[in-house]
Ligand binder design. Structure first.
Ligand code: ADP
Length: 705
């Protein structure tokens, strides 16, 4: 077949490539073999190239798109986390905006409505410490004022002998006349107005409490005129003390009038500005309220107490924070703010909200420390527990975390501070992404491998099928070839006889013998082909009858002895006497012996002998067919019994054959429960042995394997 291909191929195809390959294979035994190897190599390369295109390319594409999709998957996962982070930061900033925005809006609303935003300031913002109104000179005008700068040192009050004598006498419960005259004496000896006023007030108080109302009134009126605005060593204004004392005394006698007086006192105190740094107003108001409470409406009392407490708290913080406000205002230069707008300024302790309104500056201090604490707690709180992210408040001196998803600055309220959203567990997040990635890459790798394996096994399957088809085509060609020569011979000899070309009797006899010989050969060939097809279909059966297998061999040799292959050589047949009977199909055994004998002749040089021996062997009978021919290379030994197999050697190819003789022999022997063996050495010869057991397990008809 290879020869046919080489001849039919256009010469242009025997290109440089093939020439090079032929040169490469020049050490091969023949030019035909070299060309064959070259063509085989070219076919393999074609298969490799096609395989690469069909498998490698799609696999690479699959891997590429897989990796791209993994990347986009990871990106979208990161996007989701980023979105979560954005949500967390957004919700925090929205809360902050709401709190500060509410504060700004309510301050401006109150100002626009003509109301002071200073009163009940605590409802404006939970962290509000003080709220102040300043005039254009930036002096506090409401609800406080900067009191007298020279504060009284209570030294004289605590250490003056007369003062101490009077106070001690009152504590001891001395008679009121004595106590009041002791206070009177002390008031004359002390130097400072504060102590003087206080001593006189105490004298009036003792008088009033002992029922000397007219005398007391004279004394108290006197003090009011002289020292009304003066504060005693504890910061109480004399006028407030006198009013409180009189109302308290009156409530005992005329409860309604006394209560009215107390209420008027509280209202006056709440309406007036309190001095920063002096506790008098607050203390007097509280005491008045506690006297009034048994008579007053509970709700009113509670709200009044809250107002007083609020004012006192603001007063405390105002005193503490006023220096900071001064420095903040210096830092702001001439502070101009659009009407209805608030400017936020950072102080050390307070976050200042400043706004101008009608020539006045309103200043509000929010507690920066608690604001930050609240913000930090809020930041820690946000981000659902199951979410991958969490919020964090980062100040100007804090270290920024490494993995930041979102960062929002808290300008203008908390300059330098930012809300940062970080992964809840960066390590776990990275590990999770990593494991997802390796899992997906593993799946892609598996898919690519499966495609490769699938494609390879398909290719293998297809090539096996192709090989099978090729072998059958070879077989058909071989059979036709085999048929042609006996037919030609028969026809030639018959024509020669018919035309009278064979003159002598001897010549005619020779022609007749040739016709018979070739017909036998033809019928053997046809028998083989038919048997083979029957075996393949499973339709071949053998009648196993116990008998003398030596006889069957002898009659087979008789048939084949005169055949073309055996005419010019010696055939030796030796049969061991007294062979036990073997269950066998004589025709089938004859077919095996004929196949082996004609092979022995075919694959050996003319003149070499062929020996057939039948002998007893291992509880069976063995038939050996021995030749001294070309032998069989070891690489072929395994395959010679396969249908259609023909030796690859040129010396085999030269000889005609179909490749089914040994296959049929093998089937037949197997059907007899026997064994086939071959011992062969190249150039030395081959021995084929057929062994049949004496005892058949099933001495009945058997089908071909
Ligand atoms: P065929 O002889 O028609 O090719 P067979 O099935 O009879 O087919 O033999 C298969 C192959 O076994 C042969 O092609 C040949 O290579 C090898 N072979 C068989 N018998 C012999 C032998 N006696 N000596 C050498 N080679 C043999």
């Amino acid at each position: 077949m290879m020869q046919t291909m080489a001849v039919n191929r256009p010469s242009s195809e025997q290109s440089a490539f093939l020439r090079i390959l032929r040169w490469f294979f020049r050490n091969q035994s023949s030019p035909v073999r070299a060309l064959e190897s070259a063509l085989r190599l070219r076919r393999s390369m074609r298969i490799i190239v096609t395989g690469s295109v069909m498998i490698l390319l799609p696999s690479m594409l699959l891997a590429y798109f897989g990796i791209v999709s993994i990347q986009s998957e990871e990106l979208s996962a990161m996007n989701d986390i980023q979105k979560q982070a954005d949500g967390v930061a957004g919700s925090y900033v929205a809360q902050a905006e709401r709190a500060f925005g509410y504060f700004e809006a309510s301050v401006i609303d109150r100002l626009e409505a003509g109301r002071s935003p200073l009163e009940a300031a605590s409802e404006l913002h939970p962290n509000l410490l003080i709220s102040l109104k300043l005039d254009r000179n930036l002096d506090v005008v409401a609800p406080f004022y900067r009191g007298p700068t020279s504060r009284f040192e209570p030294v004289e009050y605590l250490f003056d002998a007369d003062v101490r004598t009077a106070i001690a006498a009152e504590r001891r419960g001395e008679e009121s006349g004595v106590v009041s005259s002791l206070y009177s004496r002390a008031s004359r000896t002390v130097n400072s107005d504060q102590v003087k006023a206080r001593m006189r007030f105490d004298r009036g108080r003792v008088m009033l409490n002992s029922g000397r109302r007219a005398d007391a009134r004279a004394v108290l009126d006197d003090i009011q005129q002289l020292y009304g605005d003066i504060r005693d060593p504890w910061g109480f204004r004399m006028e407030d003390l006198i009013e409180l004392l009189q109302a308290e005394e009156r409530i005992g006698r005329e409860p309604l009038r006394g209560a009215e007086d107390l209420r008027a006192l509280i209202d006056r105190l709440m309406d007036q500005r309190w001095a920063i740094g002096e506790g008098g107003e607050g203390a007097v108001a509280r005491r008045a309220l506690s006297r009034l409470e048994p008579f007053a409406d509970a709700e009113w009392a509670a709200s009044t107490r809250a107002r007083i407490d609020d004012r006192m708290r603001m007063q405390f913080w105002t005193e503490a924070l006023l220096p900071e406000l001064d420095s903040v205002l210096v830092g702001q230069g001439t502070l101009r703010v659009d009407k209805g707008k608030i400017r936020w300024v950072q102080g050390e302790r307070g976050l200042w909200a400043l706004t101008w309104w009608d020539e006045n500056l309103y200043a509000f201090a929010l507690d920066r420390i608690t604001l930050l604490e609240d913000a930090r707690a809020l930041a820690d709180d946000i981000g659902a527990p199951g979410s991958a992210v969490r919020g964090m408040l980062v100040g100007p001196n804090d270290r920024m975390p490494d993995e930041i998803l979102v960062r929002r600055s808290l300008v203008p309220w908390l300059v330098g501070w930012s809300m940062v959203v970080v992964p809840r567990d960066a390590v776990a997040l990275a590990a999770d992404l990593e494991s997802q990635r390796s899992r997906r890459i593993g799946i892609i790798f598996l898919a690519v491998t499966l495609i490769g394996v699938g494609a390879l096994s398909t290719a293998r399957f297809v090539s096996t099928e192709l090989e099978g088809a090729r072998v059958k085509a070879d077989f058909a060609a071989n059979v036709s070839h085999e048929l042609r020569s006996p037919i030609t011979q028969i026809r030639l000899k018959a024509e020669s006889l018919m035309l009278g070309l064979s003159d002598t009797e001897e010549e005619q006899q020779r022609d007749y013998r040739a016709i018979v010989r070739e017909s036998e050969r033809l019928s053997r060939l046809v028998d083989n082909v038919l048997d083979f097809s029957a075996i393949e279909r499973g339709a071949k059966t053998y009648a196993l009858i116990p008998g003398d297998i030596g006889e069957s061999v002898r009659s087979a040799i008789d048939v084949v002895e005169g055949s073309a292959e055996l005419v010019d050589r010696d055939v030796y047949l030796s049969i061991e006497p007294h062979l036990p009977p073997v269950a066998h199909d004589p025709d089938a055994i004859a077919q095996c012996v004929i196949n082996l004998t004609s092979n022995a002749a075919k694959y050996s040089d003319p003149g070499t002998p062929v020996r057939i021996k039948v002998k007893r062997r291992n509880s069976g009978v063995q038939i050996d067919v021995v030749d001294e021919g070309i032998g069989i290379p070891e690489s072929d030994l395994e395959q010679i019994f396969e249908p259609f197999f023909r030796g690859g050697d040129a010396s085999v190819r030269r000889r005609k054959g179909t490749g089914i003789g040994l296959a049929i022999t093998f089937y037949i022997v197997s059907a007899h429960n026997g064994r086939v063996d071959v011992v062969s050495k190249p150039d030395k010869g081959s021995t084929f042995s057929l062994w049949f057991p004496l005892l058949m397990r099933e001495p009945s008809n058997r089908q071909g394997a």
